[in-house]
Design a protein around this ligand. Sequence first.
Ligand code: 5GP
Ligand code: MN
Length: 355
Amino acid sequence: MREHPYISDADTVRFEDLLRQASTVGIVTHTRPDGDAVGSCLALKHFIRERIDAGKECRILLDTEAPEAVRFLFSPADGDQTLVHRPDPAAAESFVAACDLLICLDFNHFSRAGGLEAVLQASKARKILVDHHPGPDLSRFDLAFSETEVSSTCELLFRILSRCPSGREEGLPKACLDPLLTGITTDTNNFANSVFGATLETVSTLLDAGADRETILEHLYNEYPERRIRLLGHLLDRELVLTGRGVAYMILDAGTADSYGILEGETEGFVNIPLAIDRVKMSLFLRQDGDQYRVSIRSKKGWSAQRLAARFFEGGGHEQASGGKVRLGGDLREKADVAAWIERCTEIFFHDENR
Ligand code: 5GP
Ligand code: MN
């Protein structure tokens, strides 16, 4: 296997020691969790149950529900043991307060934890970070595995668990395989982006160990509700705008989403599609969420989605895949105002980047 300088033996030994010493463990991820967030949480939970201590109190804490496309990863028991903040803040918050170890997966700053942010800030528990976003808030963690040159948190977690004393000896439990492969698959957009040599080596190991890629792909990409595909057709036909600077954007307001019966998470991936157009450098997808629009941004190499998100949309993320928001109010009231704002800020951005 390749050597990975960013994962030292000292750190994996410490990681396993912290797991063993803890009596109550909370596994936390970012709000609106995606496949990488959910997959890494489940894989770590199974590892703790099967390789560390089956009797240890260990729960996954989500701010908002897992998206439909990855619910197949949850057994009924996994579902029962997961606490979701948005329907039940009290249960999730009192569990966090009782934890003596919190493991934060796939986010770089407590502010990305949504409603769980305040209890994370207040917690005196030991904290471990496993994440692949740039610029993590390392001061908050007793132990951090932070590496951007990986496809996903699931890939990084695979490497950590495989190098832990107990993972090294026994390999990963079978229950970890599909969650890890799911996270790698969704974060690479089914192996289109952010794939490194080590990513394929990881996947090769997962497949040889028995990960079920066919079933994963079926759940992720062949079980969409019809309304999603029809809405996509509508957006591409009627709403897609291309600017002279090579920016593509689509805006979905609440009324249109409702008229198609579209639920949370069902527009996942729409932002990628306009990038297939030759002259498009950057694609933005905006979806209304109450009094704001949530923004997804994807860029081709050489253009920074991350800088655009940070400068104009109160957000951030990865170099080529970022997100943020536009708050409604003041001059920004209607969809047309939001479109004008997108035109203006991308014009400024590309003018500055091209200088
Ligand atoms: P998506 O477009 O899939 O919602 O998000 C793409 C990436 O952008 C995520 O992996 C995450 O890293 C980042 N991201 C999304 N929304 C936000 C946000 O509001 N703030 C920050 N800092 N990053 C975000
Ligand atoms: Mn991720």
